[in-house]
Design a protein around this ligand. Structure first.
Ligand SMILES: CC(C)(COP(=O)(O)OP(=O)(O)OC[C@H]1O[C@@H](n2cnc3c(N)ncnc32)[C@H](O)[C@@H]1OP(=O)(O)O)[C@@H](O)C(=O)NCCC(=O)NCCS
Length: 142
């Protein structure tokens, strides 16, 4: 598989929205949300196969590492279990920052992916999500 990781552009928005709609029970991201923070797409033979959106929470300094939050990550259903989310995450985690994310308690595929990459659970936020109401697991990667 010929996979290219690159920054998202406005031209990618229809494909990003389509992946969002096929990936979440209640898609909540609007077009502008994708480009507000740093969005990287995985392009496979000209098709957008997945994306990751990351926000810098703290830029770090000489004594303290940067902290970043993974806001969104998804792979197009046709491209799943091919290592695309792993590639997007590994590319991001190589920065050496400390990473945080939230994941639904029922989202075992994503939790499995995150644990495999070294994320560990920090704590849980009961009733954090709506539609359906659900606990969030907060995870960290140091
Ligand atoms: C979770 C998601 C991003 C994984 O994307 P992906 O590109 O298929 O992931 P990868 O191929 O890199 O998977 C890496 C590992 O994660 C785990 N994993 C991925 N999907 C899984 C599934 N459906 N069930 C169990 N484990 C799974 C496996 O350990 C997998 O390794 P393996 O295929 O060698 O067994 C994708 O299923 C998705 O887009 N889901 C909907 C959106 C979502 O839930 N995003 C996360 C929000 S917090």
């Amino acid at each position: 598989m010929n996979l290219l990781l690159r920054p998202a552009t406005r031209d990618d928005l229809p494909a990003l929205l389509a992946i969002e709609e096929q990936s979440f029970s209640r898609p909540r991201w609007r077009p502008a949300d994708f480009l507000k923070d740093r969005c990287t797409v995985a392009e496979c033979d000209g098709q957008i196969a997945g994306f990751i959106v990351v926000r810098e929470v703290f830029s770090g300094n000489t004594h303290t590492r940067a902290e970043r939050e993974i806001l969104n990550v998804a792979t197009h259903p046709d491209f799943r279990r091919a290592g695309i989310a792993t590639r997007l995450l590994e590319n991001e985690l190589a920065s050496g920052a400390i990473y945080f994310l939230e994941v639904r308690e029922s989202n075992v595929p994503a939790q499995t992916l995150y644990r495999k990459l070294g994320f560990t659970e920090l704590h849980r936020r009961p009733k954090y999500y709506s539609h359906p109401v659900e606990t969030a697991i907060v995870m960290q990667m140091k």
